[in-house]
Design a binder for this molecule. Structure first.
Ligand SMILES: O=C(CO)COP(=O)(O)O
Length: 127
């Protein structure tokens, strides 16, 4: 399974804490991670070296992940959005969310939804 992890700037500390609490799960061999540029760097610094990165969000990273969703490469997207901020690449973010719906890929856009979603996949992996 492959998870896309993305966080807007104000939500990056939350994403790092989220990942740190699940280091064991994210470090499992059959769990893959792709992240937008800056989010990915922070996740790597937090102890997950295998994270694959695409461009930073404003430079096209959300669009790259949207393409992966369209190709059926992503199990679920966890995207901690900042609903109070303005983002120059809002159209890319909308496209990513739309394509998750088109392809029926689970999308968690806040911390609580992310917890619930990961719980599901953690239970799938348990023997
Ligand atoms: O902007 C983003 C999501 O829309 C996140 O991109 P970064 O992880 O590169 O900051």
């Amino acid at each position: 399974m492959k998870f896309a992890l993305i966080a807007h700037d104000n939500k990056k500390p939350e994403m790092v804490a989220f990942v740190m609490r699940r280091l064991r799960f994210f470090n499992l061999e059959n769990v893959k991670i792709v992240a937008t540029g800056t989010t990915g760097k922070m996740i790597r610094d937090a102890g997950i070296e295998k994270v694959e990165t695409v461009q930073s969000g404003p430079m096209g990273g959300d669009a790259e992940i949207a393409a992966m969703v369209s190709r059926g490469e992503i199990t679920a997207v966890i995207f901690f959005r900042d609903p109070l901020g303005k983002h120059p690449h809002e159209v890319d973010v909308s496209m990513l969310m739309r394509l998750c719906d088109v392809h029926n890929v689970p999308l968690a856009t806040n911390h609580t939804a992310g917890e619930i979603l990961l719980e599901h996949y953690q239970n799938q992996i348990k023997p």
